[in-house]
Design a protein. Structure first.
Length: 347
């Protein structure tokens, strides 16, 4: 929703409404896609838009400089002090972006040659994602300094570059939701109406069950997105709470149970591998407990600063001083104006 609003920043529409528009745009694609490979072209579009989300802001900074967008007092340090909360936040973000265990079974089931998964995932997909994370993190830090906040495309002045980067982000997130939503909605469909849940089933009841699962998931997602309307906080919350459990702890628990039940046929696991597994379990628990607490505290602070769930939340969406006086490039326009006692109401 926020990406949609950033594209049309001159339209003074509140965030919950933009989120509803985004859900409406996504619904036809999600209702049609009963398999992850239904729209293979979207995978390449997803890659292109991810690259655009990162490269466009960096290109803008390189060409136009950052004098008008960098936060005053922001500096670049080769080695900076690490805080416990900062490390947890970074781990949450990386966990959300890099883990995909909950989708791998679905990916394997649709591959022509499942034995190619290690090459496709560990050799191509994961290094590409990590490379984009590193480029965005280090590149953004070198240009914007240690006081930068939010996503990279949010730190562009209102204009064409801001809109193009927002289109890339908006498209990338919708496609990512579509891919992950296929797995989630298929699980719901199987749980509710197993006999009619096959993706190849063309009967009316099967399609109605699928469309109902998709519509219900979108509706719940809209509610959750407006409960935590700050994108970065939502990513950190998912990365700290649900992702370690579903992508680390559950696979480890299933492997250990398989290893225990296999008896003489159990696979060999070296002491070093058991140590790595134990460290991963420890990291998961720390992230789930302390990371979730830290993110919830940040969300509470953001609610106090920008408003409660389902409010307008026009910060960075409207090119007005009432909403975006702190947005890059707006300082000269809004200099000397005080909007601290004004509240934004739905139009």
């Amino acid at each position: 929703g926020k990406g949609f609003g950033m594209v049309f920043y001159t339209q003074q529409t509140c965030l919950p409404s933009w989120a509803a528009w985004a859900a409406a745009v996504l619904f036809p694609f999600a209702a049609y896609s009963r398999n992850m490979g239904s729209c293979q072209m979207l995978v390449w579009l997803n890659i292109a838009t991810l690259i655009g989300t990162v490269v466009i802001p960096l290109g803008y900074y390189a060409v136009n400089g950052t004098e008008d967008v960098v936060v005053k007092g922001s500096v670049v340090r080769a080695v900076a002090h690490l805080s416990f909360a900062g490390v947890l936040s970074a781990l949450s973000t990386y966990t959300f972006g890099m883990t995909s265990q909950f989708m791998l079974m679905e990916i394997i089931s649709e591959m022509k040659d499942p034995m190619e998964l290690p090459k496709a995932y560990a050799g191509i997909s994961a290094p590409f994602q990590l490379g984009m994370f590193i480029l965005a993190g280090i590149g953004g830090y070198l240009y914007m300094g240690n006081k930068v906040t939010g996503m990279m495309n949010e730190n562009l002045p209102f204009g064409v570059s801001f809109q193009i980067a927002a289109i890339c982000m908006f498209t990338h997130m919708l496609i990512s939701y579509l891919i992950k939503g296929v797995v989630f909605c298929k699980s719901i469909h199987k749980a509710v109406d197993f006999d009619y849940s096959m993706s190849s089933d063309e009967r009316i009841r099967s399609w109605l069950g699928w469309v109902t699962a998709v519509a219900s998931t979108l509706a719940v997602s809209w509610v959750l997105a407006n409960i935590v309307p700050f994108f970065g906080d939502a990513v950190d919350l998912l990365g700290a709470s649900l992702t370690p459990f579903s992508c680390w702890l559950l696979p480890i628990a299933m492997f250990v149970r398989h290893w225990y039940d296999s008896g003489d046929r159990r696979p060999h696991v070296s002491a070093l591998e058991w140590l790595v597994i134990a460290l991963e379990v420890g990291l998961s628990l720390v992230l789930m407990i302390f990371g979730t607490i830290s993110v919830l505290q940040t969300i509470r602070q953001d609610w106090n600063s920008y408003g409660s769930p389902f409010e307008c939340h026009c910060e960075g969406l409207w090119n007005t001083c009432e909403c975006s006086s702190d947005h890059p490039g707006m300082s000269q326009v809004c200099e000397g104006l005080d909007f601290s006692n004004q509240s934004i109401q739905y139009p």
